[in-house]
Design a protein around this ligand. Sequence first.
Ligand SMILES: Nc1nc2c(ncn2[C@@H]2O[C@H](COP(=O)(O)OP(=O)(O)OP(=O)(O)O)[C@@H](O)[C@H]2O)c(=O)[nH]1
Ligand SMILES: [Mg+2]
Length: 194
Amino acid sequence: DSNVGKTCLTFRFCGGTFPDKTEATIGVDFREKTVEIEGERIKVQVWDTAGQERFRKSMVEHYYRNVHAVVFVYDVTKMTSFTNLKMWIEECNGHAVPAMVPRVLVGNKCDLKDLIQVPSSMALKFADAHNMLLFETSAKDPKESQNVDAIFMCLACRLKAQRSLLCRDLEGRPGQARRLEPAPDASGKASCPC
Ligand SMILES: Nc1nc2c(ncn2[C@@H]2O[C@H](COP(=O)(O)OP(=O)(O)OP(=O)(O)O)[C@@H](O)[C@H]2O)c(=O)[nH]1
Ligand SMILES: [Mg+2]
């Protein structure tokens, strides 16, 4: 929904700061950050969409094409932003986003401890039912910045693993793509944070 803190989360991840003041996003904003996972540099591109209907128009729908991952954000201090998640998930599914595209759930504004309306247990149940990981974060509190990073690092890890599997499947087939990187370490060691 609008005002849940999507723009602030992307600022925290990409720039390491919490903006003093934000305006409602119009259409879509774009930010990016390069991260390193298992020695590989990966550019994470974040498309920050408008929550307000009047600023979404039909435009935002085009951004569903070619998405690699989806982050659904609600505000832990606003129950309606949680109940509306169903609608956002339906919108996403309605745009034929493939099932293999990872989706995660983020409850933001956890610093407002006295105002929490959405209990973690309720959010966890919802996340489980929709096969998503749950992150409870605060874009504002610098002590929570690791949790914000974890959202995007986790998705980047999953996408890297998916690509690795895909390339392994295609390896050796004539006329098909070649594997681009080694398969995961046979010892089962992983440096992925999730
Ligand atoms: N206390 C607190 N306030 C936050 C947090 N994240 C965002 N805010 C505040 O919430 C308001 C909305 O933040 P935005 O990031 O602009 O919200 P948005 O989801 O991008 O909204 P739209 O662009 O309209 O969809 C601003 O006043 C922020 O300062 C947080 O973690 N804690
Ligand atoms: Mg915004």
